[in-house]
Design a protein around this ligand. Structure first.
Ligand SMILES: O=C1O[C@H](COP(=O)(O)O)[C@@H](O)[C@H](O)[C@H]1O
Length: 268
């Protein structure tokens, strides 16, 4: 059973016994938000990340989820993408396509991925333009609180340095406020060229999930979630800056990732 609690600023925290339990809880949550969004406004707009998150979503392509999720109503985006060809092993699109999207009935025209034939700067501009068009046509809801889209769900992984999407510690991309999508040509983690949602977009979502697994993430999880007011390095940690203005924030983690949290007391 998961150990669950809510932190006043940093959202709901779910620490799972193991990856199996985590992945069941994660896909249950995704299926629930999908159903609620479709009931409320007819579609489900989800933004994926890359990395270990996609494996943990694997149960979505298995029964019962593959049959109960209304895939035809899904619109799929990426919170970040590496600027490489769509067939490249580093591509977040390829990862999601191979493991998820090719196995369910999401319409190809509902998949909003980047143009992989242009520069990082142009890919970011085109991707933001495409999202703006979808807000204009009301496929993607507009935020009531900011000049941003309000995605139904943004799924984020977190690196052991505390990065989320492609927002890395101390990188100028973290400061971008006026664009929805920005680009990097100097990512500290390869590949260097990437595009990423900016913090205002992430924080305008109706729901944001951060998934962190493994002991290498334990320190960043602690810095992102626990009360450490005097430590400036923790306050500017990208994962800690994920604070939806009116949406929900849920952290899904396993015991090794949660092991340094103040609230970590596992019942046997
Ligand atoms: O480079 C990236 O890393 C993060 C974290 O990946 P993980 O494998 O440590 O979970 C990922 O969320 C992001 O989308 C990706 O581009």
């Amino acid at each position: 059973m998961a150990l669950t609690w809510t932190h006043k600023d940093t959202g709901e925290i779910r620490v799972h016994e193991n990856l199996e339990e985590l992945s069941i809880d994660l896909v249950d949550y995704i299926a629930e938000i999908s159903e609620a969004s479709i009931k409320e406004h007819g579609v489900f707009c989800i933004a994926l990340s890359g990395g270990s998150l996609i494996n943990l979503m694997g149960k979505l392509v298995e029964p019962p989820y593959n049959k109960i999720v209304d895939w035809a109503k899904w619109y799929v985006f990426w919170a970040d993408e590496r600027v490489v060809g769509k067939n490249h092993d580093d591509s977040n699109y390829k990862l999601a396509k191979d493991n998820l999207l090719s196995k369910v009935n999401v319409f190809p025209r509902h998949i909003c991925s980047i143009n992989d034939t242009v520069s990082a700067e142009d890919a970011a501009t085109e991707y933001e333009f495409a999202i703006r068009q979808m807000v204009k046509t009301r496929t993607v809801t507009a935020s009531e609180n900011s000049d941003c889209p309000k995605f139904d769900l943004i799924l984020l992984g977190m690196g052991s340095d505390g990065h989320v999407a492609s927002l890395f510690p101390n990188h100028p991309a973290l400061e971008v406020k006026d664009d929805w999508v920005t680009f990097l040509t100097d990512s500290p983690k390869p590949p260097p060229e990437r595009i990423t949602f900016t913090l205002p977009v992430i924080n305008s979502a109706a729901s944001v999930v951060v998934v962190a697994t493994g002991e290498t993430k334990a320190n960043a999880v602690h810095l992102a979630i626990d009360d450490l007011p005097s430590l400036e390095s923790s306050l500017s940690l990208p994962a800690r800056m994920v604070q939806p203005s009116s949406g929900n924030l849920i952290w899904f983690m396993d015991k090794p990732a949660g092991s340094k949290l103040d609230g970590f007391k596992f019942s046997e």
